[in-house]
Design a protein around this ligand. Structure first.
Ligand code: TYD
Length: 214
């Protein structure tokens, strides 16, 4: 860890990961509420961001083929550099709890599924992005993710969300090993998944960010 990274360790960084349709944003909202009740100041954020690179990335949802795989990877990295500099590091330095909907494991999984080496992507990110204290990886079969996007959100799939692609993405997620990762079963209703999230947060970070349950 660099000196600069060491300096950000006052706060806590939790990332939510998983394929599209896992319900990450709902779970982040519920976790944020629980942490706020415990007296924490929470910053909930997401990638792609709404900054200039994030906007460019969202334009690609309509047609991902207009950029090369290399350019796509560079856009996600540029977006993350901005996110780390402008949002994540300042919040960690101020002692806040940062909850991010996607972080660098998304790049390893999604751009890894395109053919980039996932380990190289992780190394590239680890050089500039603070290491998360905890990654909650919500696991569902790709067919379930696709079904949830189509029926529950009543949306058509964007080019990142096609089932064949998501199977590859899920396989890369399965293969990533880092000690801060906790895999959570995403099956069942929102309350059940929230319970599993709380269990992991309590186990991994309870002393730091949750008041003990009496
Ligand atoms: P998503 O979480 O669906 O964002 P939003 O709903 O706010 O538009 O993410 C958009 C897509 O971007 C998703 O399919 C995953 C993909 N993605 C990558 O391919 N690489 C990355 O590094 C990140 C952060 C996201």
């Amino acid at each position: 860890m660099t000196d600069q990274q060491e300096n950000t360790r006052q706060g806590v960084l939790i990332a939510f990961e998983g394929i599209d349709g896992t319900g990450k944003s709902t779970q982040i909202r519920l976790l944020a509420e629980a942490l706020e009740k415990s007296g924490q100041t929470v910053v909930a954020t997401r990638e792609p961001t709404s900054g200039k690179y994030g906007k460019r990335i969202r334009e690609l949802y309509l047609n991902r083929e207009t950029v090369s795989h290399e350019e796509e990877l560079e856009l996600f990295i540029a977006d993350r550099r901005e996110h780390v500099r402008d949002v994540i590091r300042p919040a960690l330095l101020a002692g806040k709890v940062v909850l991010t909907d996607r972080y660098y494991l998304s790049t390893a999984a999604y751009q890894g599924a395109l053919g980039h080496d996932p380990e190289k992507i992780l190394t590239l990110n680890e050089a500039f992005a603070p290491e998360p204290d905890l990654v909650l990886m919500i696991m569902i079969p790709p067919s379930v993710g696709v079904h949830r996007i189509r029926t529950l959100r009543n949306e058509t799939l964007n080019t990142f969300e096609q089932e064949s692609g998501l199977e590859k993405v899920a396989a890369v997620y399965d293969s990533i090993e880092r000690e801060y990762i906790r895999r959570i079963d995403g099956a069942g209703n929102i309350a059940e998944v929230h319970e599993r999230v709380m269990l992991q947060v309590r186990e991994c970070l309870g002393k730091r960010i949750l008041t003990p349950v009496s």
